[in-house]
Design a protein around this ligand. Structure first.
Ligand code: GTP
Ligand code: MG
Length: 194
């Protein structure tokens, strides 16, 4: 996809604030600090449109980005960050659950996992949750630049086995540093926007 325009539309915390358009949406999900915001920036060739940080917990609202007046990326707060209060965690959980289970414009969720480590219990829960609601999901195994190529297949195998990934769910090896996997990710995402 050639990205001609990309702008933040709104940071929403409740449905009334979601953009009032029928355009398709692709949301990002994954542990805090896994690289969701970095993924958006890399896909859009923008350095800092989605705010990133080496400290987990950077994204705290549902951030809608409008691309080419054609679709939205929705950046979502990460899960599994120990330092937020229980109350805050529950509020985020509700916000994300409400969005994913009620939003008709949502066409697919990109579930990011860290290629270096086996998916966590939270990752599995998120994957099972998406399957339960029949939301198409694309697994993006990111930070691939941090392990040698010779070890990628071993890590992919562990990722697939730990998630019990269905054959039909695509997995893309990705790096926001090198751009690895970007073209493949676009091809898959575009197939969900029709
Ligand atoms: N080496 C490497 N670092 C990455 C990659 N993707 C993200 N990072 C780094 O990981 C850190 C977290 O990235 P973010 O994109 O802010 O992560 P996030 O998932 O949006 O985090 P939250 O908003 O807290 O949920 C930053 O320091 C990024 O530079 C990658 O592919 N390779
Ligand atoms: Mg983020």
């Amino acid at each position: 996809m050639k990205v001609n325009s990309a702008d933040i539309v709104i940071s929403a915390v409740r449905p009334a604030q979601y953009p009032d358009t029928p355009l398709p949406e692709i949301a990002l999900a994954g542990r805090s600090n896994v690289g969701k915001s970095s993924f958006i920036n890399k896909m859009l060739n923008r350095k800092a449109l989605a705010r990133t940080s080496s400290k987990p917990g950077k994204t705290q609202t549902l951030n809608f980005f409008l691309i080419n007046e054609q679709f939205h990326f929705v950046d979502v707060p990460g899960y599994g960050y120990a330092k937020v209060s229980k109350k805050e965690r529950e509020a985020w959980g509700k916000m994300i659950e409400t969005y994913i289970t009620t939003r008709e414009q949502l066409k697919a969720v990109v579930l990011l996992v860290d290629l270096r480590h086996p998916p966590t219990a939270d990752d599995r829960m998120m994957y099972d949750f998406l399957k339960h609601y029949n939301i198409p999901c694309i697994i993006v195994a990111t930070k691939a630049d941090k392990i040698p190529k010779s070890k990628w297949q071993k890590h992919v195998k562990i990722t697939k086995e730990t998630l019990e990934l269905h054959e039909s769910d695509p997995l893309v090896m990705f790096s926001s540093e090198t751009g690895e996997g970007k073209d493949k990710a676009w091809a898959i995402l575009e197939s969900y926007m029709r």
